[in-house]
Design a protein around this ligand. Structure first.
Ligand code: RNT
Ligand code: ZN
Length: 416
């Protein structure tokens, strides 16, 4: 395999050079491209709370494939297995409910960094920087309104939770000497017709203002809107517009989850629309099928366009690359690897686009040349470059990762 991979790469390198693309430079850029692997793919967003109930908050993981991680050790082992099959180095994105609670009931308004110390140590040991998420779903106080709840006791509970999550993120950032990005997503909304929309949005704005009052220099805040959640179909307090306006006004990172828009709306088109006003973006790369179903990311047009738009906007360093899919119906490690590799392939293809040439044609009004090159670029041997990237990072090339997933299933996950 090694010899074929390297021969194919040499040919690809020459072909790309003809188009003015230096594949060595692109491989270097890929080495600096880090995904933030979402810990929740390995256990269907269940987490480790002793008092954990069913998944709620308008999200669902469907399917019952055997072998989901049942505890922190299994989840860590699964992440390491997935990581060993994904080229490059990556961050790990934790949710608050994945704390190391050691059998203790720790309510969301009581959580402290103590419950994440073992994650900090684990991340250091395995070369993974950590990101974080507050968790307002799957809790007796989640209901349909959390940070936008008119009942002060419930709203204050979630404000306290979120403030604590920011403190934890900051402590993680300090410990790893690299800012920890904390994403804030809440499901707040209404199932049926409702009239108090302005009230809920004003309450959410006030909650956010209070949450962000504390200076936490070693963490970064990202806020994520969406269209609707299951059971909350009629109205969403934290919509895309709400958070875009908030992020622009208060200098926050906007999270673009590819499943959180109307089916014909393009998440990719948001990139150049908001970047003049926002310093940074966070992505939740996912795959919506008819709704925000969080299917495993593949190389579809939507994902390709998103990464291409980031590269075309010269915004590589202004984006954080989180994943957010959770499919409980297929082998979860396989799903992890496929989704991560597909996101990487989209980024690679975006970097290999002869964009200077195309941009020049476009400015010169030579429309047919733009079209011609875009079409040629689609059929260029990018796959040989991806294989070389795998080879250089010591991970299985092409479909050979399947054997490793299968062996792990046989020895580990099937015995759970
Ligand atoms: C839900 C949001 C959110 C969650 C994770 C678990 O629609 O996408 O990001 O998927 O926080
Ligand atoms: Zn998301």
């Amino acid at each position: 395999m090694t010899q074929i991979t390297s021969q194919a790469y040499q040919i690809a390198k020459a072909r790309y050079a003809e188009m003015g693309i230096d594949t060595e430079k692109v491989l270097e850029q890929m080495q600096n491209f880090h995904l933030s692997l979402h810990c929740w793919q390995a256990d269907d967003v269940h987490g480790f709370e002793v008092q954990a109930g069913a998944l709620s908050g308008g999200i669902q993981s469907t399917g019952n494939y055997p072998g989901a991680a049942r505890n922190i050790d299994e989840l860590r082992a699964d992440i390491l297995k997935a990581k060993s099959l994904i080229p490059g180095s990556h961050r790990l994105n934790l949710h608050e409910i994945y704390g190391d609670f050691k059998g203790k009931v720790v309510d969301r308004d009581e959580v402290t960094v103590e419950y994440f110390q073992s994650w900090i140590d684990w991340g250091r040991e395995h070369g993974m920087l950590l990101d974080f998420n507050s968790s307002s779903f799957s809790h007796p106080k989640s209901g349909s309104l959390t940070l936008a709840n008119p009942d002060p006791s419930i709203r204050n509970f979630w404000i306290e939770h979120t403030k604590r999550c920011r403190e934890i993120s900051n402590a993680i950032g300090q410990a790893q000497n690299d800012p920890c990005l904390m994403n804030l997503w809440i499901h707040d909304g209404c199932k049926d017709v409702s009239v108090n929309h302005a009230l809920y949005r004003n309450l959410l704005k006030d909650s956010l203002d209070r949450i962000f009052e504390d200076e936490q220099p070693m963490m970064k805040d990202a806020i994520e809107g969406k269209v609707f959640g299951i059971g909350l179909e009629s109205f969403t307090v934290g919509s895309h517009d709400f958070y875009t306006a908030y992020a622009a006004k208060y200098d926050k990172i906007l999270t673009i989850d590819t499943g959180h828009y109307h089916p014909t709306e393009s998440p990719a088109d948001k990139v150049s629309a908001v970047l003049p006003f926002l310093k940074e973006l966070m992505l939740h790369v996912s795959r919506p099928i008819r709704w925000d179903s969080d299917h495993v990311t593949i190389m579809d047009d939507q994902t390709q366009e998103l990464f291409s738009e980031i590269v075309r906007a010269d915004a590589l360093d202004r984006v954080h690359y989180g994943l957010d899919f959770f499919d409980g119906s297929i082998n979860r490690i396989g799903a992890y690897v496929i989704g991560s590799r597909s996101a990487q392939k989209c980024m690679l293809r975006a970097l290999l686009e002869p964009r200077e040439l195309i941009a020049g044609y476009e400015l010169a009004g030579e429309g047919y040349k733009v079209l011609a090159l875009m079409e040629e670029a689609k059929a260029m041997p990018w796959q040989a470059v991806y294989d070389e990237y795998c080879e250089r990072n010591g991970v299985p090339v092409g479909a050979s990762f399947i054997a490793a997933v299968e062996a792990y299933e046989k020895e580990v996950t099937s015995k759970r």
